[in-house]
Design a protein around this ligand. Structure first.
Ligand SMILES: NC(=O)c1ccc[n+]([C@@H]2O[C@H](COP(=O)([O-])OP(=O)(O)OC[C@H]3O[C@@H](n4cnc5c(N)ncnc54)[C@H](O)[C@@H]3O)[C@@H](O)[C@H]2O)c1
Length: 331
């Protein structure tokens, strides 16, 4: 099978391409990515000479370019997006264009070329926020209630994907996953920003009181969940994917990273002005994907957080050159 991966130069997409080529020796991948500030071909060094891998630079909102690549593949796994909540507050329009319109352009091409499968990679942020100190979780039954322009654009894209399934019988699946962590995540994001700040002698910036809870999942577990849904789920189905069994708030995550790096906590944390519309708590119930497909997270948070911190320590070449640019949005 030949699969079009959109956004394959980003954090999850690049991990996914490596994962897929390693585990599916008969498949080919065509990576279609605009190489925005978030796209890094350096993340794909291990696969760049693989004969089953190819790359085309292009924009998912460009119907001609999309037609050209979709006409050459059997299936689509769609990661490409503007993905950073803070940027969606500073410059929301590009989120609407890329995440909503771009997804629809891809679906149009999927319809035109009778694509066999279209998997849409989405987020738990479409569900809004849960109260702190509760045991409620997001599930496939939770109503959409997005708060940031990023979450709203992803929610809209999910609706459009479902509409193309119901109206045009496009064979779609969707995953709504929680916060990922692991190698090759841009240093603008919470965890790599924190690690790279500490590694360059700066403080960790913690929004508000730090009591914001995220459900963390290692990116390798997310890749495996996407593979299982893509291969085995019925058309039109949605799966929630998450990793945590206990709540850990952002301040506690910061404390763990500071400890791993052997830094002094009181000199390492700076509380900064909160993000507007900041969701308090995310937690994901992954019962359905476990029951239907046998998926469960295999990378526990503490062990793999440490491995992630070590990865950033050992791969400064990858993030140092992009750190300055990614930090500029916070000034
Ligand atoms: N990172 C997370 O924790 C997380 C969790 C759940 C779901 N997701 C979803 O997973 C997907 C990937 O997230 P990520 O963290 O890897 O994002 P990322 O920002 O690291 O990567 C996005 C990629 O998309 C590319 N891109 C952006 N606009 C494009 C366009 N118009 N045309 C073609 N390519 C374009 C970028 O160049 C980049 O390579 C997104 O759809 C996101 O909503 C992310």
């Amino acid at each position: 099978m030949k699969i079009l991966v959109t956004g394959g130069a980003g954090f999850i997409g690049s991990n996914f391409i490596q994962y897929w080529l390693d585990n599916n020796p008969n498949d080919e991948i065509l990576n279609f990515d605009l190489l925005t500030y978030a796209g890094h071909l350096e993340s794909l060094k291990k696969v760049e000479n693989n004969p089953r891998y190819s790359f085309v630079k292009g924009d998912i909102t460009d119907a001609v370019a999309v037609d050209n690549v979709v006409s050459k593949v059997d299936a689509i796994i769609h990661f490409a997006a503007e993905s950073h909540v803070d940027r969606s507050i500073l410059d929301p329009l590009i989120f609407t264009k890329t995440n909503i319109f771009g997804t629809q352009i891809l679906l149009e091409a999927a319809k035109k070329y009778a694509i066999k499968k279209f998997h849409h990679v989405s987020t738990d942020e479409v569900f809004g926020a849960l109260p702190l100190n509760s045991d409620t979780k997001f599930s496939e039954q939770t109503c959409y209630d997005p708060h940031s322009p990023y979450a709203a654009s992803k929610a809209s894209s999910d609706h459009i994907v479902r509409a193309y399934h119901d109206t045009f019988q496009i064979p779609v699946t969707i995953t709504n996953c929680s916060n990922n962590f692991g190698p090759f995540q841009d240093p603008e994001k919470f965890l790599p920003r924190m690690i790279s700040n500490l590694l360059t002698g700066q403080k960790v910036k913690v929004y508000g009181d730090g009591k914001y809870v995220r459900d963390w999942l290692h990116v390798f577990d997310h890749c495996r969940a996407i593979e299982m849904v893509f291969k085995n789920a019925i058309s039109g189905s949605t799966y929630c994917v998450g990793g945590m069994s206990e709540d850990v708030n952002n301040l506690e995550v910061a404390q763990k990273v500071i400890k791993i790096l052997g830094k002094d906590e009181k000199d390492s944390i700076e509380f900064v002005t909160d993000r507007p519309g900041h969701d308090r708590r995310y937690a994901v119930d992954w019962t359905k994907i476990n029951k239907d497909l046998g998926w469960k997270p295999e990378h526990d948070f503490d062990t793999w957080l440490e491995k992630t911190v070590i990865w950033y320590k050992e791969n400064e070449d990858w993030w140092k050159s992009i750190k300055e640019q990614s930090e500029s949005i916070y000034k």
